[in-house]
Design a protein around this ligand. Structure first.
Ligand code: FE
Ligand code: CA
Length: 530
């Protein structure tokens, strides 16, 4: 679907609306417990469509009915509404191979998640929805390669950290034009902060007006979170990115609140109160993402860690490093470091169940490559000259869980693990060693950190202090502080990672380029020049 197609679809909808006027949803033909022929006051598909969690035989298709996305409950009545979906083998829907009905329920914000199965592996499909007389834009997704097959190559993107106010989503426009099998979104899809008129620019440290303003107070209630997602999803660049590729969605901290940790709020909110906020954030995330039923929120928590096998080429272990972790050490304050807490034997990053699941999965994998699709930096990175600052929220602040993971990879002689990371709002290519970069030990794994889609504003290629950072960290082969995303192109002989950057994100039309390209060889962890 081109930009023009989206605009045309919008115009034809506007014409329809003029004819039918601003009626609320009304029942003509009830079907089971959903209204079959509602008439909408405005286009109910203003948040677009999305596909997610691709498998060899299917994927999830998603939409949400919100004729007035920023109003409470999206401008929908408190009634269930019937939504039709269609799946085709071509983008013109001449070859429709499946169709059905789903119920958009008010308890889930009128979101729809349809899990498709029985499809052919490694091929493209197109999908769309209809409610009443209204039709959604068309989405596209690819199924994963067949189990046991030897795919010639696999291409996917790593993206996340899309602060709405700090930059436009131009990176998503470019991402939508990439030839990809899927996208991994590590999180920070939204940020919880109140709307602001100005921001501190990451590159210059100066105060600048925000690129655009978010509505509302700091997010706390389900309705707050819903509205913030709706704001983001009305962005046409993001809409197009979802419509073009299936995503694996995980989350980080800002979908709830900065630096939360399992049951612990980042401030002195009592755990029983914080549980209410977590539950609101979890429900909104489920409602807004193309997730499977297995991720459905239960007791205020999401099941977001899961595995995707891409033939015999790649096992992708998607992690949730936020929901099950113990509290950060040293009160999560860099000026409190060092403290004993960073070596707390009871500390956990993944929680016991996810850690066991990951270690078992790593050991049992038979694929050429393994990807750790996660959030926070695993490498030991020296941020300042005196080493008095470490990121207590990242793996290095959880030293024993980090060492258990490194031990496991070393003892099992897993030379094929590539770690994919977000959070930093900077690109990095890193060798993972036990300590820093000065040791002559061979790397145990390779880590590629993807910069942000928009968080941090324009940035600059080197960033403040970038040269010194590279000198202090010889295991870091690349550093860049612009906005963009990462593209991984994987075959049996090498894993290639390209770092895409934009010249600016404050105004439309940001120009994309590839700032650097690196490769990894199977059985030889560590970054090599591409
Ligand atoms: Fe972020
Ligand atoms: Ca944070």
């Amino acid at each position: 679907m081109t930009d023009l197609d989206i605009e045309r679809a919008r115009q034809s909808r506007r014409r329809l609306l003029k004819r039918f006027g601003a009626l609320a949803a009304a029942s003509l033909l009830p079907w089971r417990d959903g209204l079959a022929q509602p008439v909408f006051a405005d286009d109910p598909f203003r948040l677009g469509v999305a596909a997610g969690d691709p498998a060899p035989d299917g994927f999830v298709i998603w939409t949400r009915l919100t004729p007035r996305p920023l109003e409470p409950e999206g401008g929908m009545p408190r009634q269930a509404v019937e939504v039709d979906w269609e799946l085709a083998r071509d983008d013109r829907f001449r070859d429709i191979i499946a169709s059905g009905k789903a119920i958009a329920h008010p308890l889930l914000g009128h979101s729809v998640h349809v899990e498709l199965s029985g499809l052919q592996p490694a091929r493209s499909y197109w999908y769309r929805f209809r409610a009443g007389r209204e039709r959604s834009i068309t989405g596209h997704a690819r199924t994963l390669p067949a189990p046991g097959s030897q795919p010639a190559r696999l291409r996917f993107a790593v993206a996340g950290c899309q602060h709405y106010e700090q930059g436009l989503y131009t990176a998503h426009r470019h991402l939508s034009r990439e030839e990809l099998d899927f996208v991994f979104c590590y999180g920070d899809y939204i940020y919880e902060y109140r709307g602001r008129d100005f921001q501190v620019d990451a590159a210059s440290g100066e105060l600048l007006p925000t690129a655009r303003r978010s509505q509302g107070q700091e997010l706390m209630t389900l309705d707050d979170y819903r509205r913030r997602y709706a704001e983001a999803k009305m962005d046409l660049d993001l809409m197009q990115s979802h419509a073009r590729h299936a995503w694996f969605c995980s989350w980080d901290d800002h979908e709830t609140v900065n630096n939360w940790a399992g049951e612990h709020a980042p401030d002195d909110t009592p755990p029983e109160l914080f549980a209410l906020r977590r539950a609101a954030a979890a429900q909104a995330f489920y409602e807004m993402m193309p997730l499977r039923k297995t991720s459905f929120p239960r007791d205020g928590r999401l099941q977001l860690y899961r595995r995707a096998r891409c033939g015999e080429l790649l096992d992708l272990h998607v992690l949730d490093t936020r929901s099950w972790r113990s509290n950060q050490a040293c009160g999560d304050r860099w000026d409190n470091y060092p403290c004993d807490g960073v070596r707390d034997p009871k500390a956990s990053m993944l929680g016991a169940a996810q850690e066991r699941w990951l270690f078992d999965g790593l050991a049992a994998s038979t694929t050429r490559w393994q990807g750790l699709a996660q959030q926070i930096m695993l490498a030991d990175f020296q941020r300042d000259a005196t080493r008095e600052r470490i990121n207590l929220d990242a793996w290095i602040g959880y030293q024993l869980p980090r060492e258990r993971l490194l031990d496991h990879v070393q003892q099992r002689r897993l030379g094929n693990v590539v770690v994919l990371t977000g959070d930093e709002h900077q690109h990095y290519a890193l060798d993972i060693k036990r300590q820093g970069g000065n040791s002559s030990a061979a790397p145990l794994m390779t880590e590629f950190v993807a910069t942000s889609i928009s968080s941090g504003g324009d940035g600059s290629p080197v960033g403040r202090g970038g040269e010194a950072l590279l000198r202090r960290n010889p295991h870091c082969h690349f550093y860049n502080q612009q906005r963009g995303y990462v593209v991984c192109d994987v075959d049996t002989k090498r894993w290639q990672t390209e770092f895409r950057v934009l010249d600016q994100v404050r105004r439309p039309g940001g120009v994309l380029s590839t700032a650097a390209r690196f490769v990894v060889e199977p059985g030889r962890p560590g970054v090599q020049k591409g």
